[in-house]
Design a protein around this ligand. Structure first.
Ligand code: GLN
Length: 380
């Protein structure tokens, strides 16, 4: 058979590849972004409870009403914004599913979608599967801030969607109120929809606040914001995330969701709802992760790695050009094999594989793990 791949450029998943190699060599895994500590025991107990409460059959397609209500409460609690749980919240199989659904719902063949790089790698494949055209805006290294004048030159009459992410994976840069104002000016009077990937919303440091388009009425009316319980509750394996969008957009997103996964693990939705009802522990996450960021940065301070600023997310970028001029992928392989620490080569988060001699370390790890990794990295 002559199979014409829609995604000929997809090779191995960089996050799985580095995790696989880390496991093979027994290295400390700071590559793929996931915590190496347990979620709350109370949350796990609610899962056990929920399993016994008639949750073995399908949950409602848009998500369990109880969980959607808790999400609306959480949104109010964090952003002081009111969202309607019936018409504006949809629960999906991780933020990734909701990103795919949004792209599939709105992008027609030939439509242009602007993505920002370096960035997470699930946007372009979704755009390609539906026949859209990816337009890349590259943030200038090493500040990784958006130059809005340059960004504006990416917009054409065919632009259907702009995908933003704050805090940004992998750079840890965070968008400000000024960025939101610039974005508002750019899309005013157009039909452009914004897809806002906010899975690291609770990891914003140094007293800054998370800026979501949801907080800005002129953006909110055209934005799909995507969130992740995997990140917020330390449960990346549960695959529960959600999208918030105005009713007209939500209707279309749900049409795709209904025919994609239909609905998400019922017991997990119930457990998360019960947990959120009694705990707003997520409000502690900035402090929790800021301490980990500081611990890791201090432990790495005298090493040959030059750590870039990290305003948010649970990722720390490090420039290794004082150590070697080899490419970042080979360097990451060697880091695992010779030094016992796994990281992500940032070039793999650029369509062009641009090599800035940067690696990404994930600091969602126990303090002990972070200190042990820093000690090994010190040897370079
Ligand atoms: N978001 C995670 C990261 O950036 C990886 C997600 C995945 O492996 N699917 O490391």
């Amino acid at each position: 058979m002559n199979i014409r791949s829609k995604l000929p450029y997809i090779q191995s998943h960089i996050f799985s590849y580095m995790t696989g190699l880390a496991n093979q060599y027994g290295a400390i895994n700071l590559s793929q972004g996931f915590p190496n500590f347990e979620p709350s025991a109370a949350l796990e107990n609610f899962v056990a409870q929920a399993l016994k409460e008639n949750t073995a059959q399908y949950a409602p397609m848009p998500g369990l009403p109880l969980l959607r209500e808790e999400i609306a409460r959480k949104i109010y609690n964090t952003f002081e914004v009111t969202v309607n749980p019936d018409t504006e919240i949809t629960i999906g199989c991780g933020a990734t599913e909701m990103i795919f659904n949004t792209i599939a719902a709105f992008v027609w063949p030939g439509d242009e979608v602007i993505i920002i790089e370096p960035g997470y790698d699930c946007y372009r494949p979704a755009i390609d599967v539906v026949g859209g055209k990816t337009v890349v805006y590259q943030m200038p290294a090493p500040q990784f801030k958006i130059d809005w004048e340059e960004f504006a030159s990416c917009i054409t009459g065919k632009t259907k969607l702009i995908i933003i992410s704050t805090p940004n994976n992998p750079t840890g840069s965070v968008m400000t109120a000024n960025d939101m104002a610039e974005l508002t000016k750019l899309v005013k009077g157009t039909e452009i929809i914004i897809l806002s990937d906010e899975v690291y919303e609770h990891m914003v440091f140094d007293g800054a606040t998370h800026e979501s388009p949801l907080k800005y009425p002129e953006l909110r009316e055209r934005t799909v914001s995507v969130y992740s319980f995997g990140k917020t509750l330390h449960t990346t394996g549960w695959r529960v995330g959600y999208a918030i969008a105005p009713p007209e957009l939500t209707t279309e997103i749900r049409k795709v969701h209904q025919n994609n996964t239909f609905s998400v693990a019922h017991p997990l939705q119930k457990a998360i709802a019960l947990y959120l009802n009694q705990s707003d522990e997520y409000l502690q996450l900035p402090t929790f992760y800021e301490a980990k960021r500081n611990l890791f940065r201090e432990a790495m301070a005298g090493s040959k790695f030059n750590l870039l600023p990290c305003e948010g997310s649970y990722f720390q970028l490090a420039d290794y050009s004082a150590i070697t001029d080899e490419d970042d992928f080979s360097f990451c392989e060697r880091l695992i094999k010779e030094y016992g620490v796994a990281a992500i080569p940032v070039s793999r988060l650029y369509t062009s594989h641009k090599d800035d001699k940067l690696v990404r370390f994930c600091f969602a790890k126990t303090d002990e793990t972070l200190l042990a990794a820093a000690e090994k990295l010190y040897q370079l």
